[in-house]
Design a protein around this ligand. Structure first.
Ligand code: ADP
Length: 234
């Protein structure tokens, strides 16, 4: 599942996990766990992780290889934060082929102006930490916290220049991957995630997964299709 910062990727991944009852595999979480436990791998990657640089393809590929051969991945899994490079994408395709598994690539497509407006509308109370949004959760009195009346501020991460920079970085690193899957996958789905409610976006993802044939792969055997799929999708 690919999606820019602010695209709702976290929310949608969680919906898919709950629906299909398959594990979500986050390479970032696995790497952080190695650092926390102080393993050899953890020691080797700590500096790169702190600097926000990617760790080597070989290492990440190896971690993913080991993880997806665990028994809980038999019916499928969602990859989060992987692949990040074309070399990783090639290795992923090769790995899946050896397992007799098939990829489905979901790209959450959003209008960057919508994301910038959404993130620019976020405010936080510097005293109690409550989050507000001028569109979806405005404070009762503009500019002040409902709970303690403190003047609200903009988080460093949400400043427009910072958001634009993160989006530009995302675009530069992800577009080559989307291009790769355009050429090498029959199951790349570009899902419009710009403006509709999360449940509506999830309906589109379900449609894509059904079209990709996950129903036939046995993955849905333990899911109640009639109950879990919104009307009109199946
Ligand atoms: P973020 O979305 O903030 O980048 P992640 O949890 O996905 O967070 O990743 C955190 C860090 O872990 C990355 O900055 C990078 O150093 C490392 N990392 C995670 N996934 C990969 C990957 N597929 N390839 C290389 N490095 C990765």
């Amino acid at each position: 599942m690919f999606g820019s910062p602010g695209s709702g990727k976290g929310t949608q991944s969680k919906y898919v996990v709950d629906w299909l009852k398959i594990p979500q595999i986050s390479t970032g979480d696995m790497l952080r766990e190695h650092i926390r436990l102080g393993t050899e791998i953890g020691k080797a990657i700590a500096a790169r992780m702190r600097a926000g640089s990617l760790v080597s393809d070989e290492l990440v590929n190896q971690l993913v290889y080991e993880r997806i051969h665990q028994p809980d991945c038999k019916r499928g899994f969602i990859l989060d934060g992987y692949p990040r490079t074309t070399a990783q994408a090639q290795e992923m395709m090769r790995l899946l082929a050896t397992m007799g598994a098939r990829e489905v690539v979901i790209h959450l497509v959003v209008d960057y102006n919508v994301i910038i407006a959404r993130m620019a509308g976020r405010r936080v109370c510097p005293v109690c930490g409550t989050l507000y949004n001028s569109v979806s959760k405005p404070p009762k009195v503009e500019g002040f916290c409902d709970l303690d009346g403190s003047p609200l501020s903009v988080r460093e991460d949400d400043r427009e220049e910072v958001v634009r920079e993160r989006l530009a970085q995302y675009e530069a690193s992800t577009m080559p991957l989307i291009e790769f899957f355009r050429k090498s996958s029959e199951r790349l789905f570009e899902v419009d995630a710009s403006k509709d409610r999360p449940e509506v976006v999830f309906g589109r993802i379900q449609q894509a997964l059904l079209k990709a044939g996950v129903l036939n792969s046995g993955v849905l055997k333990s899911c109640s299709v009639s109950k879990d799929i919104p009307a009109g999708v199946a």
